[in-house]
Ligand binder design. Structure first.
Ligand code: ATM
Length: 232
């Protein structure tokens, strides 16, 4: 018997069939300091210049309540947080952002660009922390109401590159960034597995080059995707 049945799905207040999804949902993923936030911002400017109605959000966060959850998750003061609490807080933040912000924006026909989404949970809490991946997939489907990105850009960089970039940044490390190299190595490998299992949706881009270099690759992938897509 499956430990987590699809009846979990019936716990959500609504499902996607109630929504007429006219917009496009694009997510960025990758390990810390892979450059995804910079590239997501560039993409938003680019799409706006092209006349798209675009919304940029981040995870965890992007909403008043979800930003509060983010502070709890990333605070170094919360070192005693259990792995399961961590997972459930990420899912709670996602549920809040998805229901209150992402789904309404998609319904209005916007292009929603999200800095991290459910692949991060599978990579960090599944491959990184070692929590049950089947359970995470079920929780992801509950917190997203079954919403999956139309396109995901995974910026891949070696852990060493991520660490070197991290050292150059002035700000202090958050609770997850403080984890060791092996934790981040498992996450990188996890992302690659997830990408192999979702080849149509997830496009892997080498993020080791400079910002302009990586942007050219991101733009090429997005332009191709938009040329094949008939909405919005
Ligand atoms: P950003 O640094 O990309 O804003 O993400 C915050 C952290 O949350 C990041 N790790 N660090 N440091 C990745 C982590 N995270 C998870 O562990 N699980 C998730 O589901 C999400 C969305 C983020």
């Amino acid at each position: 018997m499956e430990p987590y049945t699809t009846s979990l799905f019936s716990l959500v207040a609504f499902d996607l069939e109630d929504w007429d999804m006219a917009g496009l949902f694009i997510t960025f993923e990758g390990i810390d300091f892979c450059g995804k936030t910079t590239q997501a911002r560039r993409l938003v400017s680019y799409l706006k210049r092209k006349g798209y109605n675009v919304l940029l959000v981040r995870e965890p966060g992007g909403d008043r309540i979800a930003e509060k959850i983010r502070r709890i998750l990333l605070s170094k003061k919360n070192s005693e947080m259990t792995d399961l609490t961590e997972l459930l807080l990420y899912e709670a933040a996602r549920s809040q952002l998805t229901e209150r912000t992402i789904l309404p924006a998609l319904e209005e026909g916007k292009v929603v660009v999200c800095d991290r989404y459910s692949d991060s949970t599978l990579a960090y809490q599944g491959y990184g922390r070692g929590l049950d991946k089947k359970m995470i997939k079920h929780l992801n489907s509950v917190s997203t109401s079954g919403l999956s990105p139309d396109l995901t850009i995974l910026l891949d960089v070696p852990v060493k590159t991520s660490q070197e970039r991290g050292k150059k940044e002035k700000r202090k490390k958050d609770r997850l960034e403080k984890e060791g190299g092996q934790f981040h190595q498992r996450i990188r490998e996890g992302f690659k597995v997830i990408a192999r299992q979702n080849r149509r949706r997830i496009k892997v881009i080498d993020g080791t080059g400079n910002i302009d270099n990586t942007w050219l690759k991101v733009r090429r992938v997005v332009d191709y995707f938009l040329s094949k897509s008939d909405s919005p």
